[in-house]
Design a protein around this ligand. Sequence first.
Ligand code: FES
Length: 130
Amino acid sequence: MSTFVDICALDDLDPERGAGALLGDTQVAVFRLADGTVRAVQQRDPYSGANVMSRGLVGTHRVTGDDGVERDVDTVTTPMLKQVWDVDTGAVLDAGGKDRRPLAVFAAQVRDGRVLVADTPTERAPAPQR
Ligand code: FES
């Protein structure tokens, strides 16, 4: 089971900007979204191998679900080669023509004005069977 680690105050994070944090030996990139919620993903960019994800660009991407319904998902774009991920699932939304390399996602929450991040990544849901 994951333990939640107190990273910083929510006020330490600028909206729509990332910050790097260290969880033991693990580097994570923590983002404060415009709505005041937070997300955390691995700091290492799976494509370039550089620890730069906290420098990524926060945004949204319109996707069409399996049910055919369009919705906006919160995203981060690597500063290196412009691949785009869903910050909630770590799924690649735009691989820039490369193979699909997901990001590890860490559960993150705000409690009493503090940002807490799980010390181990979230289990990835198994790929849907078709
Ligand atoms: S700081 Fe290195 S890619 Fe921007």
